[in-house]
Structures are given as C-alpha cells and as structure tokens.
Design a protein around this ligand. Structure first.
Ligand code: ZN
Ligand code: ZN
Length: 101
C-alpha cells in the first residue's frame, strides 16, 4: 500500500517503501513520545521540519499537521518538494535552530 506523506501529500510509491527510512513517524509533540500523536512524513519533510523548528517550537506552536502545513517557514519548501519526486534531500539546519540545541 503506498503511503501518503501527511505534510506534502505526495504519495510514496511502494518501491520506495522498501527503504525503511523513506517514510518516518513524526511525533507532533517531540519529547513526549509516549503520549504524542504521530503522523507519517516522507524523509525530506521530516528532515525539513526538524531543521527549521526546535522541539520547543514544535510543541508550542506546530503540534498539528494543519499548523505545520500553514507554517510560513515551510511554505517555500513545500511548494518546491511538491514539484519533485525526491525522497531524500540535503538539509542544512538553520543557525537559529542549531544555536538552541
Ligand atoms: Zn512529505
Ligand atoms: Zn519528528
């Protein structure tokens, strides 16, 4: 069964699902693994979400998929990724996020 990424809404083809990391579980409330709702994201989306937001920001402001889809910081990425078939990307963590780790 092909999986749909909850964020970019691209369909991950069955061939790609052979790669166990192609689709990843994202905890909408990071660090609350036991109780957090989860969504399935493609690898680029998962990387991107953690590159532009700290876990704190995710918990406070982006703990639903709708909030993530509407996030200004993801807008450019989402319009780009939706036009590609890439299932792996290079992501540079923003300084802002890195400084707070
Ligand atoms: Zn995605
Ligand atoms: Zn995650």
């Amino acid at each position: 069964m092909p999986t749909t990424c909850a964020l970019c809404r691209r369909i991950i083809p069955d061939e790609a699902s052979a790669d166990p990391q192609a689709v990843q579980e994202h905890h909408l409330r990071p660090e609350e693994r036991a109780t957090s709702p989860t969504v399935l994201l493609c690898r680029p989306c998962h990387k991107q979400v953690h590159a532009v937001f700290t876990n704190e920001e995710l918990r406070a402001d982006y703990d639903t998929i709708e909030l993530l889809q509407g996030a200004a910081r993801l807008e450019e990425y989402l319009s780009w990724i939706r036009g590609t078939e890439k299932l792996d990307i290079q992501v540079t963590t923003s300084n802002r996020v890195r400084d707070r780790r």
